[in-house]
Design a protein around this ligand. Structure first.
Ligand code: SF4
Length: 506
């Protein structure tokens, strides 16, 4: 069947929505954030391998006009159309899906993504979608669903919502999928080279070493019922109450691919696409599992890939022991994107981060002592934090940024958004923190104040972003510039920073 996987080029005030593979959503001035949608790319590849004809059309990151976007879609004549959802875009998506239905009346429309996964009823009510997929394994699920649509199978796969005689039906609770069964991503089909972010060397390839956050991998506060057998398991998956993918897509669990499988993707990107850097966009990388890292090292060494490519990943600070940092350096890791979230222990405890501020500071500083680059993610606007606590987050972030600064150290600062489907969203309803209607999803776009807070969130976000312009930070970054390509990275980073600063001037 002719299947179009599409991201319509919706824009608001001339700004692009950060939709693909973004946990935190906003419309942004920054043109530098184009994150590769890994799961959608697996879906495209699996469908192609099954003999379907696939159009992968990311109108947002291709910066297409609607005219051009529809010309391409019309040429293709899709029989099946797949879209990804996100709370702040829902109204626009529902309207767009109505238009799609008129344009392609006989097509089947499938919705994926964290929002519809949690709230399928409202999308069936507001738009003519045919199927909604629950959870994040929609590459496996849609591939199986297509067998049904093509009449090769009569049984719907689990985790599919659909409508019959105006009733919402569900095909049953999902099974576990073996990530090692995934194919090698077809990078050409999915236009890999249009993607990248300001802080990564280009050309950059994206992978996901697994799905779900391995958490602190300790029994510190919680004994997980999700304990799985085998070597690459977690004793305690990530539980952060704001982490929308962990709840909506991964059902609070963590699964890693085998290192052999991950190295297959790495090898393909290195040998066939000559990438300079590979970013592992799994929730907290595979870094929480030392055994997995050791096996990854052995496999990279066996295939003579060490030193051939730079690796970067998401990580939790408390995973960064001396042993892990040494392994990461041996694997040629460069940058780690690490959640600080807040400089206050009370906040970390409310968020169920399962780390203290001291542990976060110590983990990141240790990684920096080993020469790893840190990209920090911070948030402000928690209903229980006042100016004093926002100042503490600023101070902690500044302290880490100025500690053994290397060129490339950076940060992101955003406003806390309790996305529907997370425990934080439910807390916000229960504790009456919302100052807008919790169903007014359009306002969850970081441009609006949606939670009670005594602070000016835009001012604090901007103040934290501006740590990049601290004289000491600039000086230390400048004197640690090593390669010519760092200059390109610096220019791109500066342009991106200006874009982000403009985001908070609205
Ligand atoms: S540590 Fe990061 S990835 Fe893991 S649950 Fe918390 S926010 Fe999500």
């Amino acid at each position: 069947m002719k299947t179009a996987i599409i991201y319509p080029p919706i824009k608001k005030n001339n700004e692009y929505p950060l939709l693909t593979q973004n946990r935190q959503f906003k419309f942004s001035n920054s043109l530098e954030v184009r994150i590769y949608p890994v799961v959608m790319s697996y879906l495209a590849t699996m469908l192609k391998e099954k003999g379907h004809s696939v159009l992968f059309l990311d109108g947002i990151n291709m910066r297409l006009s609607f005219q051009k976007f529809h010309d391409l879609l019309d040429d293709f004549k899709p029989e099946v159309i797949v879209l990804e959802s996100k709370a702040p875009l829902m109204k626009l998506l529902w309207n767009y899906i109505k238009e799609v239905r008129t344009r392609y009346p006989d097509s089947k429309i499938i919705l994926t993504g964290d929002h519809t996964s949690c709230y399928p009823e409202e999308s069936f009510k507001n738009c003519p979608a045919d199927y909604i997929i629950k959870g994040g394994h929609y590459d496996f699920i849609i591939t199986e669903l297509m067998e049904c649509l093509g009449k090769k199978s009569k049984r719907l796969p689990p985790d599919v919502y659909y409508k019959k005689k105006n009733k919402l039906l569900f095909s049953g609770t999902g099974k576990e999928y073996d990530l090692d069964r995934l194919p090698l991503i077809d990078r050409d089909l999915t236009k890999w080279d249009i993607y990248g972010e300001a802080y990564l060397y280009h050309p950059v390839g994206y992978i996901m070493s697994g799905r779900g956050c391995g958490g602190s991998n300790s029994f510190k506060n919680f004994r997980s019922s999700k304990l799985r057998k085998g070597k690459y398991t977690t004793k305690m998956p990530g539980l952060c109450s704001f982490c929308v993918w962990q709840y909506a897509l991964w059902k609070v669990s963590a699964h890693l691919m085998s290192p052999v499988k991950v190295v297959d993707e790495i090898e393909n990107l290195v040998k066939n696409y000559k990438v300079k850097e590979i970013f592992d966009d799994n929730e907290s990388g595979g870094i929480w599992n030392t055994e997995w890292l050791k096996d990854l090292y052995k496999e990279m060494k066996k295939r003579n890939l060490l030193e051939k490519v730079i690796l970067s990943a998401n990580a939790r600070a408390d995973s960064l022991t001396d042993e892990v940092c040494r392994l990461l350096k041996k694997l040629n890791f460069r940058l780690l994107k690490i959640g600080v979230e807040s400089g206050n222990d009370k906040t970390l405890s409310i968020l169920k981060k399962d780390e203290t501020v001291e542990e976060i500071k110590e983990g990141i500083k240790r990684a920096k002592r080993y020469g790893l680059i840190a990209m920090l993610t911070t948030m402000v606007g928690y209903p229980w934090e006042d100016e004093k606590q926002a100042q503490k987050t600023y101070e902690v972030t500044k302290e880490i940024m100025l500690y053994k600064t290397h060129f490339g150290d950076s940060l992101q600062s955003s406003i806390i958004v309790p996305y529907p489907g997370t425990p934080l969203y439910n807390d916000a309803i229960r504790k009456k923190w919302f100052i807008v209607d919790p169903k007014d999803y359009e306002k969850f776009d970081m441009a609006h104040q949606i939670l009670k807070t005594p602070i000016d969130t835009a001012k604090w976000c901007k103040k934290i972003w501006r740590i990049h312009l601290h004289p000491l930070f600039l000086l230390k970054s400048f004197f640690s510039l090593r390669k010519g390509q760092d200059i390109i990275l610096a220019i791109r980073g500066l342009i991106s920073l200006l874009g982000h600063l403009r985001d908070y001037e609205k």
